[in-house]
Design a protein around this ligand. Structure first.
Ligand code: ATP
Length: 240
């Protein structure tokens, strides 16, 4: 593993009295893809929300590039280069594709570079270039997912937190999007933390995986090792 960029230590997060994250620790290295697997309700989305500052942890530390960021405001966390692509895409439906991408870059003022990044997004997702003037709400689910990832890229992320990019998409589209995520990791060196229920595609892309159950990490290891694990095969790969 390269240098650790993100380290989480003994994190606990609550919704009122409900303890959704129960002492999670994990590390993400520079340039890595780390996946967090788990069933519905395991706490994966809550983990990402806590990292990106949407939720404040009750206990524990989140270190980014060696500095503690837990308790900071979401905009401060984004400005450090942690970009959250939320579950369900959350694009702005009445704004065009182009306007959604521009909003991704709203904290930047390097116009030439912004246009270069927009072109990069269009190179990775040519369909977005074709639809650049179209309202985002009229795009298909897969195209909206592409736009959500593209909007995240416009912030120049040091790390992207991706919440279930495969959700609701056909197997073919999932393959397409994960192929693009792989290229973004290998060619643009984007570090990724990927939360997924689809263990097969996630482990195929990731270097390292963690498995969450009811707010805790119950298994961790290289993606190759997890793919071969009998427990993972029985509980997460069996029916896909
Ligand atoms: P999913 O894939 O369904 O999003 P997940 O692994 O991401 O699942 P979370 O959404 O993080 O799981 O939920 C973790 C736990 O916290 C669950 O028990 C869930 O019911 C609870 N929870 C999530 N959101 C809220 C909320 N807004 N208020 C109260 N409890 C919540």
């Amino acid at each position: 593993m390269g240098q650790t960029v993100l380290e989480i230590k003994n994190l606990e997060s609550f919704y009122g009295p409900i303890m959704a994250i129960r002492g999670v620790s994990l590390k993400v290295g520079q340039g890595q893809v780390v996946t967090v697997l788990g069933a519905n309700g395991a706490g994966k989305s809550t983990l990402l929300k806590t990292i990106s500052g949407i939720m404040e942890p009750e206990k524990g530390k989140i270190l980014f590039e060696g500095e503690e960021i837990q308790g900071m405001e979401p905009h401060q966390i984004v400005n450090r280069g942690i970009v959250h692509v939320p579950e369900g895409r959350e694009v702005f439906p009445l704004l065009s594709v182009d306007e959604n991408l521009s909003l991704g870059a709203y904290t930047r003022n390097d116009r030439v570079e912004i246009e270069r990044d927009r072109q990069m997004v269009f190179d990775y997702f040519p369909i977005l270039a074709e639809r650049r003037t179209q309202e985002a709400g009229t795009l298909s689910g897969g195209q909206q997912q592409m736009l959500a990832i593209g909007r995240g890229l416009m912030r120049r992320p040091k790390i992207m937190l991706l919440d279930e990019p495969s959700l609701g998409l056909s197997p073919l589209l999932v393959q397409e999007i994960f192929g693009i995520l792989r290229r973004l990791n290998s060619d643009e060196h984007v570090t990724m933390m990927l939360v997924e229920q689809n263990a097969r595609v996630a482990l195929d892309l990731a270097d390292v995986g963690y498995v969450m159950e009811i707010g805790r990490i119950v298994m961790e290891g290289s993606a190759d090792r997890l793919m071969e694990s009998e427990d993972i095969q029985a509980f997460y790969l069996g029916h896909q």
